[in-house]
Design a binder for this molecule. Sequence first.
Ligand code: SAH
Ligand code: DHB
Ligand code: MG
Length: 223
Amino acid sequence: MTQEQWSQVDEYIVKSLVPTDTALDAALSASAKAGLPAINVAPNQGKFLNLLASIQGARNILEIGTLGGYSTIWLARALPAGGRLVTLELDPKHAEVARQNLARAGVGEQVSIRVGRAADTLAALAKEAVAAFDFVFIDADKQSIPEYFEWALKLTRVGSVIVVDNVVRKGAVIDAASSDPNVQGVRRFNERLSNTPGVSATAIQTVGSKGYDGFSLIRVTGP
Ligand code: SAH
Ligand code: DHB
Ligand code: MG
C-alpha cells in the first residue's frame, strides 16, 4: 500500500462525502499563497472533527495551533448559535492569514485568535473566568503536547472531549530511543495519559492524503 493509493482513496472519500466549499478551498489557497506549510488537517479529518464536536454538543471549543484556520473553520461550524471558539497561535503571520480565512468563512465573530506561546496564552486563559471548554483540539508543537494536555484537563469539565493530533508520526511513536523531540513529546504524553485518573482514552492510526499518522481521543470522565 502506497501514499498514492491513500491519496486516491481520500480523494474518493472527500468527493463522495465532504462537499467542496468555497470558503474552505479559499482558506487553503490563501494559506498556500502566504507560504504557510500544508500541515492542516485533511478535509475528511476536518469533517470528522466537525462531526465529533457536533455529537458532543460543544458550545465552547478550544484549539491549540491555528495555522491558517482550516481546522478552526471546521470546528467553528459545529457550534450552535452563541457558541464560542478560542484558538491559540504562536506566529502572528499565521494568525493574520487565519483571521482573513475565518472572516471569509463567516465564523470570524465566533472565533477569537490569541497570539503568543500557547504555554502563556493557556496560563492567561486559566486565570480568566472562562466557561469550561466542552471540546479541545491539541495541534501545535508536538514536544509540548504533555504540557497542553495538562492545561486541557484544567480547562475542561467532566464530559468534555479532548482530541490530540499527530500522535503516530509515521509509526515512529513506538521508538523509545527516538531522538525526535516530537516523538518524545507524544511518548511523554501517552505515559502521562495512561496514569491520569478520570479520563477514558484511545488512539487511532490513520492513512490518507496527509500520510501515516493518527490521533488520540479522550473523554473526561471524573475528577
Ligand atoms: N490546526 C491546524 C494546523 C496547526 S499546525 C489545522 O489543522 O488547520 C501547528 C500550528 O501551531 C502552527 O501554525 C504553529 O505556528 C503553531 N505553533 C507552534 N508552536 C506553538 C506554540 N508554542 N504556541 C502556539 N502555537 C504554536
Ligand atoms: C506537523 C504538524 C501537524 O499539526 C500536522 O498535522 C502534521 C505535521 C509538523 O509539524 O510537521
Ligand atoms: Mg496536526
